[in-house]
Design a protein around this ligand. Structure first.
Ligand SMILES: [Zn+2]
Length: 434
């Protein structure tokens, strides 16, 4: 079902006009209210008035994650704090998180965007929607929650409570739609086997999964084991949260909500547009956001545009599934973590930057992170007690600062290869989805 027919099926020409008008307003807003953008536009010699079409976009400088980190906490906000009604942030990291703010209008638009995604997956007011994303600083839970309420579905804010409890809720409350990370969906399937609950005992029809990359084989597994149709969704906190793009009933690419966001695909090395439908880094410009507008934000996510019109009737362009990253960001258990954040904790605890490797695997559908750290040359067998204490401290610090459970193992000195001219392979990912 198309939630907002007028917007979602708008002729392309009209849509482009809407985009340019909204972009102009946004550019004026950020130039006036955000010191970073005033400085950035001035130093790049940008004249806002000269941006008159999509083709002029490359004249605007990019915004990067580093820019956002440097603006901690509120320097990128384009309105005074009294106009902000909601604050979210990226997951707790060893450094500073990215903090984003929403005005009343932003929340209204966000709600409409997630409602479109839910409707495109076939969810209506007759559905019982179980949201098993984190309900906290993370945008997943709240983002989908408000959209599901707008549709009029019965919403269960299950958050990320234990799989066993999720299954009991699904069975007893007759959940028809499940929303969570694909990894958690598989973990739930695994737990159902253990509890000897057959998917036919559930009422599940639909699932929307996202917040981490996943493959088509994982989609098939989820569909077979949970007896539901699985839809992909794309969004990130910096841009808005969930609701940036999502699959329609055709499930052949994710429609970008183009009346709120302009999407570009650039070569990660040169920053130039890739050819039509070529693969590259997704870059987003928000064109309706008041609290936290972003101009040409480099997401680090690798995908392509699908310019061919979709048979569902929506005119919004589609992006393919995200196939990779331009950096070494790890998607783990619904969180995003950079290896450098683990490294910082190792450095804090050990006093020197140790050699280490992060091994990711999946057992019973659950993500496992094993941080393997080389013991310093000076550690001898009789100091094992000290190593154990240090391991416990590391596990605790990772839990506290990154909000994930990791295992830590010490290995013999010089286990890992040393840097040659190639980059050291810090992360070994044995999970099938990536
Ligand atoms: Zn479509």
């Amino acid at each position: 079902m198309i939630f907002d027919k007028k917007a979602e099926t708008m002729p392309r020409k009209e849509l482009e006009q809407v985009q340019i008008e909204r972009l102009q307003t946004t550019l004026n807003r950020v130039y006036r209210n955000v010191a970073f953008y005033k400085k950035s536009f001035d130093s790049h010699g940008v004249n806002i008035e000269s941006i008159k079409s999509r083709e002029d976009l490359p004249n605007l400088p990019f915004t990067t994650r580093a820019d956002l980190l440097a603006a901690y906490p509120y320097d990128m906000f384009a309105v005074p704090l009294r106009d902000i009604v909601r604050i979210h942030s990226t997951s707790g990291t060893a450094g500073k998180p990215l903090v984003v703010g929403y005005t009343k209008n932003d929340l209204k638009n966000w709600t409409a965007c997630t409602a479109r995604l839910l409707a495109a997956s076939g969810i209506t007011e007759h559905d019982v929607v179980q949201i098993a994303f984190h309900y906290d600083l993370f945008t997943g839970g709240f983002g989908f929650h408000q959209g599901a309420e707008l549709i009029g579905a019965s919403v269960i804010p299950a958050s990320t409570t234990l799989a066993e409890k999720q299954i009991t809720i699904m069975k007893d409350y007759k959940t028809t739609a499940l929303l969570c990370t694909p990894g958690f969906a598989l973990h739930i399937a695994q737990e159902m086997d253990a509890m000897k609950i057959h998917p036919e005992q559930l009422s599940l029809k639909t699932g929307i999964f996202g917040a981490e990359p996943w493959s088509n084989s994982m989609r098939r597994q989820i569909e077979t084991r949970l007896h539901c149709t699985a839809h992909d969704s794309y969004g990130l906190t910096e841009i808005m949260g969930p609701g940036v793009a999502g699959e329609c009933e055709e499930r052949a690419g994710l429609h970008v909500n183009e009346d709120h966001f302009i999407v570009e695909v650039v070569d990660p090395a040169t920053g130039k547009w890739v050819g039509e439908d070529g693969q590259g880094e997704l870059v987003f410009t928000t064109i309706t956001k008041e609290g936290f507008p972003l101009i040409r934000y480099r997401t680090g996510d690798i995908a392509s545009l699908i310019s061919e019109p979709c048979s569902c009737g929506r005119t919004f362009t589609r992006i393919t599934r995200v196939t990779g990253r331009t950096d070494d960001l790890i998607f783990f258990d619904g969180q995003k973590i950079f290896p450098s954040e683990i490294e910082q904790i190792l450095l804090d605890v050990e006093g020197t930057a140790p050699h280490y490797q992060i091994v990711l695997s999946r057992e019973n559908g659950k993500d496992i992170m094993d941080v393997r750290v080389e013991a310093g040359e000076s550690f001898e067998i009789d100091k094992l007690g000290k190593l154990e204490a240090m391991r416990d401290t590391l596990v605790e610090r990772i839990q506290q600062e990154l909000e994930i459970s990791a295992q830590v193992h010490f290995v013999e000195p010089r286990t890992f290869e040393r840097a040659t001219k190639d980059k050291i392979r810090r992360v070994i990912d044995k999970r099938e989805s990536v």
